[in-house]
Design a binder for this molecule. Structure first.
Ligand code: SF4
Length: 307
């Protein structure tokens, strides 16, 4: 709910710009995500081989190799050096996301983004309150563990359970039991933690986020003076941490207006403070749900790989 007008989040934007205008970036993102998927599907389904492979490694029109650098890094740590085309593909992807920002992968390419966005949307529509507290840094720890684990075990570890690869490969070659992992991510975001998977756990997003730190492209708040501090952006953005630096930079550029109203003070607070932790009883409920989902995920792994 919009904190300043009491209307549903996004309602003001729709009223001002119309649904199409207010949704244009989301529509463009979905168009790109499904367009990329369609290119991968065209070969196996219709025999039109524009793109061969999957998100880990693809070869477009027999000219353009693209390699996921995170998968390649895990593979490298297992002792396997990519072939020349693979190395070229890594350089292209690294160069691209260094330029446009690593999380562009999440917003414009990753198919799981559709799943987590749907869970976030449903969560808001159902009015589900309460959220687990897992530090954002957790995803970096998971990233480090997958790299270390790959080096120790000689297996590209994250690819065993990576929902991104499983969903993408599943949609191209048949979903099989991979849907259980994707369902677990959906349920986690819906019932356990708002924006939990992408914002706090996924090492793929963490990896691309690290690449994005060196990108010259930045989110900015060019019309900060017109902002009514409704906080809708924090409600709907899957990566609210990108909002903080943008608003802070704009506030530094125009300090007199800042902190002038209680609403602005709330925003200033939000810019400073980490996310609040859930109360103890809520945490118990949340961890119960996490345990159930973990067992579901393990069951899925057992089913798929026969551990
Ligand atoms: S964080 Fe992970 S699952 Fe989420 S959109 Fe990015 S790569 Fe996909």
């Amino acid at each position: 709910m919009n904190a300043s007008t009491g209307t549903r989040v996004g309602h003001d934007a729709v009223a001002a710009k119309g649904w199409l205008g207010a949704s244009k970036w989301l529509l463009l993102r979905r168009l790109t995500q499904f367009g990329i998927l369609a290119l991968f599907l065209a070969g196996p389904l219709a025999g039109v081989w524009i793109v061969k492979g999957n998100l880990a490694y693809s070869y477009t029109l027999d000219i353009l190799p693209l390699t996921d650098p995170y998968v390649a890094l895990q593979s490298l740590l297992t002792g396997h050096l990519p072939e020349t085309l693979g190395l070229v593909g890594i350089a292209i992807i690294l160069g691209l996301y260094l330029l446009v920002g690593g999380r562009a992968y999440c917003s414009w390419v990753c198919p799981v983004n559709v799943v987590t966005d749907t869970a976030g949307w449903l969560r808001r529509r159902l009015g589900i309150k309460g959220s687990a507290h897992i530090a954002r840094e957790t995803r970096y720890w998971i990233l480090a563990m997958t790299l270390l684990g790959s080096a120790v075990t000689g297996v590209v570890l994250w690819e065993l359970i990576n929902p991104v690869s499983m969903l993408h490969r599943g949609l191209i070659f048949g979903l099989g039991a991979a849907w259980m992992i994707v369902l677990a991510v959906f349920l986690f975001d819906l019932f356990v933690m708002s924006r939990g998977w992408c914002g706090h756990l996924c090492p793929v997003g963490a990896f691309y986020g690290l690449i994005g730190r060196f990108s010259p492209l930045r989110v900015s708040a060019a019309k900060r003076a017109a902002c009514n501090d409704c906080m809708d952006c924090f409600e709907v953005c899957p990566e609210p941490q990108v909002i903080r630096p943008a608003l802070k930079a704009a506030a530094r550029a125009a300090p007199p207006a800042a902190s002038a109203s209680p609403a602005r003070a709330r925003v200033d607070d939000r810019l400073q403070l980490p996310e609040p932790a859930a109360p103890a009883s809520q945490r118990v409920r949340i961890w119960t749900r996490i345990s159930i989902l973990t067992w579901l995920a393990l069951f899925a792994l057992e089913f798929v790989y026969g551990f």
